[in-house]
Design a binder for this molecule. Structure first.
Ligand code: ZN
Length: 243
């Protein structure tokens, strides 16, 4: 099966629409999302509508849990907290109801999906090989998909060897047929790896290849939506730097 894997959209409908346009050229079987449809960005309702129309699987991220009332706003950093409160107040009830039924992990036949990590699907950031080893020990399938850190990367542990990790640029294609893997597509709506383009992944589970992608989008449009919502200026500015 050929799957487009998206994560951390964060209310950025400009980025999501650009990625969906690219996905539609790829004849994928399904689109999966690892969570955080909302939070930070100025268009949460539009993003949830696109999710409802396009995603076969969607997880709940920490920001989705806050918007729907299942996490305390105080658990977030200041900018994220303001955005979470605004998101919860702004969103349409039917879109909040969609968020309400999402789970933070899901185990498929060949793949395990977690918003953040196999050990803690809601909060843990997997950015070191030390932590990746612990995650590889506890993931439910040989290949796991994670989001949350907003950094496109892969961790690999061949049989009997220690894990190694690599940040993944757009255009890098990885053979994941052997060994254990943790794959993070990076963030559609708020990349934090220095590349402002929307990050996503095509995973082919019959060939076992992972193809990391980047897509340019209207960053100024997304920043304008954040300003129109009167959310912190820093949330608009960081999009241009990919941080
Ligand atoms: Zn996120």
């Amino acid at each position: 099966m050929k799957i487009a894997v998206l994560s951390d959209i964060h209310g950025n409908r400009h980025a999501l629409q650009a990625v969906l346009t690219e996905v539609n050229k790829e004849a994928v079987d399904e689109i999966w999302c690892l969570g955080d449809l909302v939070g930070y960005g100025g268009d949460p309702d539009l993003c949830v509508e696109l999710a409802r129309a396009n995603f076969a699987i969607c997880l709940a991220g920490n920001h989705d849990l806050a918007a729907r009332g299942d996490l305390a706003f105080e658990d977030f950093s200041v900018g994220a907290e303001l955005a979470a409160r605004w998101t919860a107040e702004t969103m349409r009830p039917d879109n909040l109801a969609y968020l309400k039924q999402l789970k933070s992990e899901r185990i498929e036949e060949d793949l395990a999906l977690y918003h953040a990590s196999p050990r803690d699907p809601i909060w843990e950031y997997v950015l070191s090989t030390l932590l990746a080893e612990l995650c590889l020990d506890s993931q439910a399938r040989r290949v796991a998909l994670i989001g949350h850190s907003h950094v496109a990367l892969s961790f690999n542990r061949p049989a009997g060897e220690p894990a190694t990790g690599e940040a993944r640029r757009g255009g890098s294609e990885v053979d994941v047929a052997e060994g254990e893997w943790l794959l993070n597509p990076g963030s559609v709506g708020q990349p934090r790896d220095g590349d402002p383009r929307a990050a996503w992944l095509i995973l082919d589970s019959s060939r076992w290849s992972a193809d990391f992608r980047r897509t340019e989008y209207d960053v100024e449009g997304a920043a304008a939506a954040i300003r129109a919502a009167r959310l912190p200026e820093s949330l608009a500015e960081r999009l241009a730097y990919g941080q």
